[in-house]
Unconditional design. Structure first.
Lengths: 489, 489
């Protein structure tokens, strides 16, 4: 069991303030982080990671985690350290570790059947699959999108969405005609016209995954793309806003107008038909880059005008963290996106759509062995129901507002170290820039040493991705550690 | 509950023979199929499928399945029909429905933790992940391949293998040099030299998945590829053997030599470096096309000679059905493949490799959020351990030999309807050709109506893909139904 350690710099927090009571959602959660080892990763973690490296790549390991001992917002590592986790498995843990509602779902007969009898859903769907979807994934569907196609990951979801867009655009062009003999012959040679020469348009700094099609739309970092073949698909600039937003309104509007003009110019000058455009509500991996509803409405309008499928990638932004269930709800679009993709915090993955023509009429076109995974859809159902029952989207919006305001005051004390705090009114989906990559990496390491597990993104940014059960008391711990760390920089 | 029906044509079987005792592995399994509805899909299945179609594509549905009532080798549908299943979710159910050993694994604490605390394995691996791998996936590793990288599906596994091959080939070419400025700049534009212009070579009629990279190596059917962009990657002919093999030895050897020559010629004439060649031990989706160990040794030799990574796609052939744990064990290669990919019956997915240089040294190159799924690795462990404990590879080899011999005698009676029985000494991985597509489809439908769920492949082939717990008694039911169906054709 984990003992409190006298050297723990957070112990004083626990005794300083009345705020540090137990978590509302996890009575057995630690009051504060506990750091037992002199470094993180500690000796046990390091030993286990070295052993793992004999059979499985370990080059990106932060530390080896003990998930049996993790609880709520706290992740335990192999050395018994208990860290407040505001990175949450790269933004993919919605309701904390060992959430009792998810354990119930995992123990249910429905789950056990789904695990041991994994179906090929498109050939032998289960009697209960529609109900599982309707009680979870579809109950959460964005307005205007009442159908879903399920897959296995965010990257997979985006690629299926691209396939849907390509097949849709070609079907529209083909009209009542069937496939030509030339199409049927050329496609087996990977050549046009059977293979499409249409393209997907994405934004500079976007991240949409790492499979070959999705990686061709990813523009985050060189290391993600080097040495891998890519489709000759175009990109267009994403606005680079200045902060604080209220001080740069005119400049930011001009920047967004410039990007909209560039977008239209890219569309008009493309020698190939653009089947779809994909955009993240916040470019997370690429640096937590935001744009305003005005910009996104403009993008939506241009895709409508030029007959381009508009795909919103909500893999990281979706499922509550932004203070809305779907981040694109912040935009108040005049017409919904054509496709919204999801994964990560929903555990299940796939894409929502409204127009039935986005699913090809012929069988075996949008197809694979499993076409999703009912065990993940059951988890998504439990996650959705808990979010609704405990009103976690509003909760996260409120905690996010508190955290943002406190961060603004705190980080304002270190203007030579940090800048560009962003994510106001955006739940806990908050980020800022460090002056240099070295400072960013030092902050991440120092936070971890003081018991807060936190992640970076972009060139020198820090992103917060806590659970939806993150409370003010957790925010205060984070703020306290950040203050200590920045003072010591 | 399901009642026996007098009109069931299989009822006589149950009373005719002493062979029809209970299943050795599933005492509660039905003795024979039970067909309650006048058609399959029956009215309940049709209703549920129509309802599902309102929100999820249903164009490829055979019938809606009731997995709670399925057991062992029998799949129940929504109308209470119980069919002997020799298709098994497109070859992905290893140990039958509701297998008690898998239920135990699904109920374990290890599983529950894996489900509710899904980690980002490459950043925060769990303390027990190495042990889970070593007790399952790695214990089953092909000879010479002692490392693994995990993913989510067969298609994903193949794409990760391609990425490994591309990064390996470029690293080798680059030597001690780092990335050039031109590479770093061009890759963000999806252009060479940063984006690779190397290629993956695959065989005519191959199936390696449906994501954008894997689909570029898939050459099974036009409908799988139409309207989707493809990389300009080459293909080379796969032998078309004549059956029975012992009558066409010389001709088949000549055909394999021709394909080996074509392969070498394709390699020599490729204007682009071939980073990897991928091959299935049996081209399943493409028609259950076999080749001999002589051919595969020749392919292995050519890849060695020309410095091409040799990837064996065991997504469908792996995990016991061929009468070996891995089908490529039939080849007695003089050196192991560089990479072997797996999925389907293992539930987990990924690729095995031996050379550590097939995993890039830099972090975040072979990477994604989840990098696998411990819940599936735990299932793979349970599957592997049950296969070993019950000696199911040998069991399947023996049942397969019996089934093959009986099929040879049976199908020999209908030479104008069926031909090219294949899969001798290849476990239950057996297939044959029907004279026409219409006959093939009629056989599949008639078998289903008589209580056997069976699948097709290729242009007009039928493939058998039963569980590893398929016994002689199940083979006899299958044979009896096939005889009835062919007599009535």
């Amino acid at each position: 069991m984990y003992r409190a350690v006298k050297s723990n710099p957070l112990k004083r927090i626990a005794t300083q303030s009345k705020r540090f009571v137990c978590s509302k959602y996890f009575p057995e959660e630690p009051i504060v982080p506990t750091i037992l080892s002199s470094h993180i990763p500690g000796p046990v973690s390091t030993k286990l990671n070295n052993e793992l490296g004999e059979v499985y790549s370990n080059s990106a390991t932060y530390f080896v985690a003990d998930y049996f001992c993790s609880i709520g917002n706290y992740i335990s590592d192999a050395d018994g350290n208990k860290l407040l986790d505001v990175y949450c498995q790269i933004s993919s843990i919605p309701l904390g570790y060992n959430n009792p509602e998810l354990i119930k779902a995992a123990q249910s007969e429905e789950m056990i059947s789904a695990i041991v009898n994994r179906p090929a859903l498109a050939c032998f769907p289960s009697t209960n699959y529609k109900q599982i979807l309707e009680d979870g994934i579809l109950a959460a569907a964005p307005a205007g999108l009442d159908k879903v196609w399920t897959g296995l990951s965010g990257s997979d979801a985006n690629e299926m969405a691209y396939k849907a867009a390509f097949m849709y655009a070609h079907s529209k062009k083909r009209g009542e005609n069937g496939f030509t003999a030339e199409e049927l012959k050329s496609v087996m040679e990977n050549k046009t016209p059977g293979a499409s020469d249409m393209v997907i348009l994405s934004f500079n700094k976007a991240f949409h995954g790492r499979l070959f099609g999705s990686l061709s739309t990813t523009r985050s970092k060189e290391i993600h793309k080097l040495d891998i073949p890519a489709f000759p698909w175009p990109k267009t600039p994403f606005p680079q806003l200045k902060y604080p937003l209220n001080e740069y309104e005119a400049e930011n509007k001009a920047e967004e107008d410039r990007c909209l003009q560039e977008l239209e110019s890219t569309i008009k000058n493309s020698s190939k038909k653009i089947a779809a455009l994909i955009v993240e509500p916040v470019q997370a991996e690429g640096g937590d880059n935001h744009a305003t509803p005005y910009f996104f409405q403009g993008v939506r309008d241009l895709t409508k005008k030029h007959d381009i499928i508009f795909i919103v990638d909500e893999v990281q932004t979706g499922v509550g963290a932004s203070g809305k269930f779907w981040a694109h709800e912040h935009w108040n679009l005049t017409s919904p996106p054509d496709i919204v993709t999801f994964s990560k915090k929903f555990q299940a993955a796939g894409f929502y759509f409204g127009n039935p023509d986005l699913q090809p009429k012929q069988p075996y076109r949008q197809f694979n062995t499993w076409c999703g995974d009912p065990s993940k859809a059951i988890l998504a159902k439990a996650i959705y129901q808990e979010i609704v029952k405990s009103d976690l989207v509003n909760h996260t919006a409120q905690v996010g507002d508190y955290l943002y305001a406190q961060l603004k005051a705190l980080l304002g004390k270190f203007p030579d170290k940090v800048s560009n705090l962003r994510g106001e009114n955006y739940g806990t989906f908050i980020a800022w820039d460090c002056a240099t990559l070295e400072i960013r990496n030092q902050v991440l390491l120092s936070c971890r040493a003081k018991g807060v597990n936190i992640g970076g993104c972009g060139d020198a940014s820090i992103r917060l991705r806590p659970t939806l059960l993150f409370e003010k008391r957790h925010a205060d711990i984070l703020l306290s550690v950040l203050e200590d760390v920045h003072k010591a920089l």
